[in-house]
Design a binder for this molecule. Structure first.
Ligand code: M6R
Length: 365
């Protein structure tokens, strides 16, 4: 069942080009049209005034990424909340806001309860982005987008995450089209980005030998810091979660601009700092944040795309991800942080597919 792979997580990381192209096929079959989200979507999407995303763990980070897309592409306000927090607070519900739940399993109890609670509070419409057909959460939703990642066995979510991002990107573009913000030329451009995504992800997978060398340096560390800015900040969060979850190395993620408001105090020469630094509009800001780290002796491990123009220097290691792929760049940059966590865990000899204390599907509170 594992074929040439040592663990399900490794297999699932490598299945991403296929999982993505299968999920993208669904988008191509419908185009960026409401029908992508089920029959009810044609009447629901045009009246929306906002989006509220509810999810846990990695699925929550997919939601955080989507917020950037939904607000910038569709011009719709979007807030993202951890399901287990939302369900216990007196939240404000605007019936014109679409509730979007994101769940690989479709059975996560906190996400399910958050959805029920949102309905009680008055939300009328709910979209489920889910990987398991006919599971509890899509059954309780009026709109559905199924990711086509296939079965995910490893506790660490990998291909589920990147395919969720495809569904969420399609939601952002579809909403943008409905609202007249995405014209035919922009739509063609977004379709093109999607078509190229599996190829770029395959390029990122080819970085595995270099990432393995980095992982050897990480495996003896107690702590690590992940930095990103803008739409790559959620990828830093995801990288830190993956590392914690399977290698048991304590890791935290910060938006790089926040460093000097506290976490910079942690940085010394025993703190590896991973930076997601592709060539986007915030790159120059990220570079100056990196200098702050270097000045305190922190060792930098930088994922930079071909256009970021970084060079290696003392204490600065660089791995080049593929040429900047545009809006979908966070999807491509999820791959190297998954592989870094996987190889760090291998080095430490942990149970990669079944990390201690965790379950694949969290059906308890
Ligand atoms: O099945 P779900 O997507 O609802 O699961 C949510 C989280 O439990 C899950 O993403 C968890 O954080 C992963 N183990 C992270 O790798």
């Amino acid at each position: 069942e594992l074929g040439p792979y040592s663990h399900f997580m490794q297999k699932e990381i490598h299945e991403q080009p296929k999982a993505l192209s299968d999920t993208i096929d669904t988008v191509l079959d419908h185009g960026f049209n409401a029908s992508l989200f089920g029959d009810a979507a044609a009447s629901v999407l045009p009246q929306l005034q906002g989006v509220k995303i509810l999810a846990c763990g990695t699925s929550y980070y997919a939601g955080l990424t989507a917020k950037y897309w939904i607000e910038s592409i569709a011009g719709v306000s979007c807030d993202v909340e951890i399901a287990s927090e939302y369900r216990y607070r007196a939240a404000f519900a605007n019936p014109q806001h679409l509730v979007v739940t994101i769940s690989q399993s479709g059975e996560t109890l906190d996400t399910m309860e958050a959805l029920k609670y949102a309905r009680e509070l008055g939300h009328r419409h709910a979209l489920s982005i889910c990987n398991v057909r006919e599971s509890a959460i899509p059954r309780a939703s009026d709109l559905v987008f199924y990711t086509r990642a296939g079965a995910e066995i490893g506790v660490a979510s990998t291909k589920a995450f990147t395919t969720q991002l495809v569904g969420l990107f399609a939601l952002a573009v579809t909403l943008g089209k409905v609202r007249g913000r995405v014209d035919a030329a922009a739509e063609a451009q977004y379709l093109d980005e999607l078509r190229h995504l599996p190829g770029s992800v395959q390029h990122a997978l080819n970085l595995e030998p270099q990432i393995k060398l980095w992982a050897e340096q990480f495996s003896g560390k107690q702590h690590a810091l992940f930095l990103g800015r803008g739409v790559h900040y959620p990828i830093a969060l995801e990288g830190a979660l993956k590392l914690k979850e399977i290698s048991y190395i304590h890791a935290e993620a910060y938006p790089a601009g926040e460093l000097k408001h506290g976490p910079l105090a942690l940085v010394d020469d025993s703190m590896p700092v991973v930076v997601i630094a592709p060539n986007d509009s915030l790159l120059e800001k990220v570079k100056s944040n990196m200098q702050e780290v270097r000045a305190r002796g922190g060792e930098l491990f930088v994922f930079a795309d071909l256009d970021s123009h970084f060079s290696e220097s003392d204490g600065v290691h660089v791995i080049r991800t593929p040429r900047h792929v545009g809006t979908l760049s966070p999807v491509v940059h999820a791959i190297p942080v998954q592989m870094l966590a996987y190889h760090a865990a291998l080095q430490r000899g942990t149970d990669v597919d079944k990390p201690r204390n965790l379950a694949k599907s969290v059906t308890v509170e």
